[in-house]
Write a protein of this length. Structure first.
Length: 96
């Protein structure tokens, strides 16, 4: 058997409440943590779900974009490139 007091018994006596009040307070805190845990889990699930959805959607591009890995930046691969406009202009001037 324990003789004297220890830290846990000193903390219990320091609150000035009886054991029923302390157990009720602990149950209330536990319930709040459970509810908070559900909200946190739902929020994290929502964030992950939205991130997965946004990464799986293929967005439609209105402008042409060259692939960075395969592009040599020659400007001849599409008509919207300013370099292609210059090249076509030079060809037309040279022909006429």
């Amino acid at each position: 058997m324990i003789q004297g007091t220890n830290d846990a018994s000193n903390a219990f006596r320091g609150t000035g409440k009886n054991s029923k009040e302390l157990f009720a307070e602990a149950a209330s805190i536990k319930d709040n943590m459970t509810i908070g845990g559900w909200f946190l889990g739902a929020f994290i699930g929502l964030v992950i779900g939205l991130k997965l959805i946004s990464s799986s959607i293929e967005w439609q591009r209105t402008e042409y974009q060259a692939e960075r890995a395969d592009c040599f930046a020659c400007g001849r691969c599409f008509k919207y490139c300013p370099r292609e406009h210059v090249r076509i202009k030079k060809l037309k001037q040279g022909i006429s």
